[in-house]
Design a protein around this ligand. Structure first.
Ligand code: ACO
Length: 358
């Protein structure tokens, strides 16, 4: 029987381009205890910038309102020729290059998105094709803004179990396609973008030392994209009602976002016997600068140890934490032992956190 692509039984031929990363080998020459590391990261933001003053011409809003209520100054908008898979592919290419591996070395692609190119097949499969990652299995994961955290956690389990050695996690969203550009309550908040990470048992990079995942489906309607699925299949009526646009009860979501992100961060801090002072950098989901400030205040982590890029990109859902992590890795000097905490919250509700050790 021909083994399936990406199966652990598939013999891996040596890739044409060898990894420049050091393999994790103990002084005795024995393979060291397995760990899951982020050996490469990358991100991609579409070129087109939509500023608050652009939005002033589209809906009844102001730069002053958007800036003071959200912290957002501008966001990126993908072109009609750039579906989510294109954003994801570019971010993934950069992560693969950063990892110093060949696309054929990837054994699994996990794609976090709720704005995939089509409902079926999974956008992960299109990314696999674009990358030429011919040995990889591929699937999409739906956890809204928490998608990248969920994806990293799933990748870690595959790597630690030994089932796969090298997993690509991509988070990409084209939220401009599900945004009602006549609704000032939501259209000022969102943007498009993509981020990616290569998780492997071999190579150098921060180790994933902990993760916490949670969900509460009882209040799912507070943040929802109601149309286009089996509950409201697309019809002229659902389109007329705007059910294909993201709906959000902003004030309610705000409160839950703060409580849940604090919960997610505190769970890992406590589990790992750390104090907030031990967190070198917090990389939170960026939905609103006031949410981020409140989370930092409640956790006791000062602003200078919180990575913030919301003013440039707005909320890119799952892509937000992945882009934030990639930028934070490139703009900070970390020392061995430094702890980096990723935390996110989103539709579902879902929330969670990932703890990294440099
Ligand atoms: N410009 C001007 N005025 C506006 C705008 C705007 N763009 N949007 C709303 N307003 C008005 C409202 O109409 C309201 O007016 P009213 O008092 O006359 O009714 C007033 O501003 C206040 O509205 P609120 O909704 O109370 O404003 P709030 O301070 O809560 O800010 C916001 C709204 C930014 C949406 C905030 O609630 C928020 O950030 N919520 C959380 C979002 C979030 O966390 N999302 C996470 C997940 S997203 C995902 O999963 C894809």
């Amino acid at each position: 029987m021909t083994p399936l692509a990406g199966s652990p039984n598939t013999p891996l031929e040596p890739p044409e381009r060898h990894s420049t990363r050091q393999r994790t080998v103990s002084p005795s020459g024995q393979a060291a205890r397995k760990s899951a590391r982020i050996i490469g990261t990358g991100s991609y933001l579409p070129e087109k910038v939509l500023t608050n003053s652009d939005l002033e011409k589209m809906v009844d809003t102001s730069d002053e309102w958007i800036t003071t209520r959200t912290g957002i100054k501008e966001r990126r908008i993908a072109s009609p020729e750039e579906p989510t898979s294109s954003l994801a592919t570019e971010a993934a290419r950069r992560a693969i290059e950063d990892a110093g591996i060949a696309a054929e070395e990837i054994q699994l692609i996990i794609m976090a998105t709720f704005t995939g190119d089509v409902l079926m097949p999974a956008t992960a499969c299109l990314v696999q094709k674009n990358l030429g990652a011919t040995r990889a299995a591929a699937f999409d994961l739906s956890a809204a803004c928490t998608g990248f955290i969920y994806g990293l956690s799933v990748a870690k389990q595959f790597v630690l179990s030994g089932f796969y050695d090298t997993v690509l996690v991509v988070a990409a969203e084209k939220l401009s396609c599900v945004t009602d550009w006549t609704d000032r309550n939501t259209c000022v908040l969102f943007g498009d973008g993509a981020g990616a990470a290569v998780v492997s048992s071999q190579g150098e990079g921060p180790r994933i030392i902990g993760e916490y995942l949670a969900s509460d489906g009882s209040i799912y309607e507070l943040l929802i994209l109601p149309g286009g699925g089996s509950l409201h299949p697309p019809t002229h009526q659902t389109v007329d009602q705007g059910l294909h646009f993201l709906k959000m009860s902003g004030r309610e979501v705000f409160k839950h976002a703060v409580t849940c992100m604090v919960d997610g961060a505190q769970k890992l801090i406590t589990q790992h016997n750390l104090s907030p002072q031990d967190i070198r950098l917090l990389v939170p989901h960026q939905a609103n600068k006031r949410i981020i400030s409140e989370v930092g205040k409640r956790l006791g982590i000062p602003a200078e140890r919180i990575y913030v890029n919301i003013e440039r990109y707005g909320n890119m859902s799952a892509a937000t934490t992945s882009v934030g992590m990639d930028e934070a890795f490139r703009s900070n000097q970390f020392n061995p032992g430094d702890k980096i905490l990723l935390v996110a919250f989103g539709g579902g509700f879902t929330w969670g956190s990932v703890l990294l050790e440099w």
